[in-house]
Write a protein of this length. Structure first.
Length: 361
């Protein structure tokens, strides 16, 4: 059953559509939004092998002129090199502001293609078609774009809203199981922030098979929550920072792991550890940490890793993009469904972590 979630932001309004088997009708849905134009599909090697031919055929049959841009799969494609390469190719094809981009892939593709769209000709239209659970519940929603620098993750980016986000839950069947599990890490983060019926729904997930079974419901609940936050705070000046629950420590673990861990896995680690640490400080009520751990472990998500509390971990923390005036705002849970802010001097955060984290390694 098709579900439409309307997004109204300062840039413009658009819809997020959750449509089982929607990819097979992509041309129809684009025709309702875009006039006939040149479209560049930006995707990665893995997704291209499965879906590029089908999507090109869909768009061509709807009357669009279609180009294909394929980048290597993985976080390394969120780079200056790939950004410039894509922009140069669009210029070579004489793309104008009347043309458009289609981001077909996971979070890396959505972030990279979104940044290309936001700066090429000072802005060109883009539609997001996320193919991973992580992208469907998180990165395709809200208009964040980015590439990475040597110093840290997502340090160069913009806020740039798409014209449409089309989510097809059935494409998850083609993902490696580990990628489905890592996406569920972001789902648990959202459910912990929301509480209520969303948190209760995650109590039904005891295996990867259950993620597939409830995928449409899990995606919809995550998107509805994130859209509400984004509409209140499009450029992350206050409320949208709540979505960073688990990310401050998670991003540092991800950087220190140097590609060994996926983003959703590190979010799971960051979420569990921040709950554990704040419960120890009596700011998070028990049994919050235990409840979070149970839901993460039910599908095999990690709670810790050898990259935690390493020099590389602390180096990554010092480059966190959320640092303002020497202060880092940690997001924590008072209890499930009740998040809060804890702004703290960066050096005190690091001193605290150095005292508390080694005990689990």
């Amino acid at each position: 059953m098709e579900q439409t979630i309307e997004v109204k932001t300062g840039q413009h309004d658009y819809a997020i559509k959750i449509i089982p088997k929607g990819l097979s009708q992509l041309g129809v849905y684009l025709s309702k939004i875009w006039s006939k134009r040149q479209i560049a599909i930006i995707t990665d090697e893995n997704v291209a092998r499965i879906y590029a031919k089908q999507v090109r055929r869909q768009l061509a049959s709807a009357g669009y002129t279609v180009q294909l841009l394929v980048v290597p799969a993985g976080e390394q494609s969120k780079s200056w090199r790939q950004l410039i390469k894509l922009i140069d190719q669009l210029a070579a094809w004489h793309f104008t502001r009347s043309d458009g981009l289609l981001a077909l892939g996971g979070g890396v593709i959505g972030d990279l293609a979104g940044l290309v769209a936001s700066i090429y000709l000072r802005g060109i239209s883009i539609i997001q078609v996320p193919t991973s659970l992580l992208a469907q519940v998180d990165s395709s929603v809200g208009g964040k774009t980015a590439i990475d620098l040597t110093a840290g993750k997502n340090l160069v980016g913009t806020f740039y809203q798409p014209d449409l986000v089309l989510i097809d839950p059935t494409v998850l069947q083609t993902l490696p199981e580990r990628l489905v599990i890592e996406g569920y890490g972001e789902v648990i983060k959202c459910a912990a922030l929301v509480g209520g019926s969303f948190w209760q729904l995650t109590d039904e997930i005891h295996s990867v098979a259950d993620i597939y079974k409830f995928s449409a419901e899990l995606i919809a609940a995550s998107v509805i929550f994130k859209v509400k936050i984004v509409m209140e705070d499009e450029t992350e000046t206050h409320q949208r920072q709540l979505l960073n629950l688990g990310h401050t420590l998670g991003h540092a673990v991800e950087r220190a792991a140097a590609g060994r861990l996926f983003h959703g896995e590190t979010v799971a680690i960051g979420l569990y550890q921040i709950c554990r640490l704040f419960e120890k400080e009596k700011l998070t009520a028990p049994p919050t940490t235990e409840q979070v751990a149970q839901r993460l472990q039910a599908v095999g998500l990690p709670l810790t890793d050898e990259a935690l509390a390493t020099p590389a971990f602390y180096a990554a923390l010092t480059h966190d993009k959320k640092i303002h005036d020497g202060r880092l705002t940690l997001i924590y849970l008072e209890k499930i469904g009740q998040p809060n802010f804890y702004p703290w001097q960066l050096e005190k955060v690091i001193a605290w972590l150095k005292t508390e984290l080694p005990a689990i390694n």
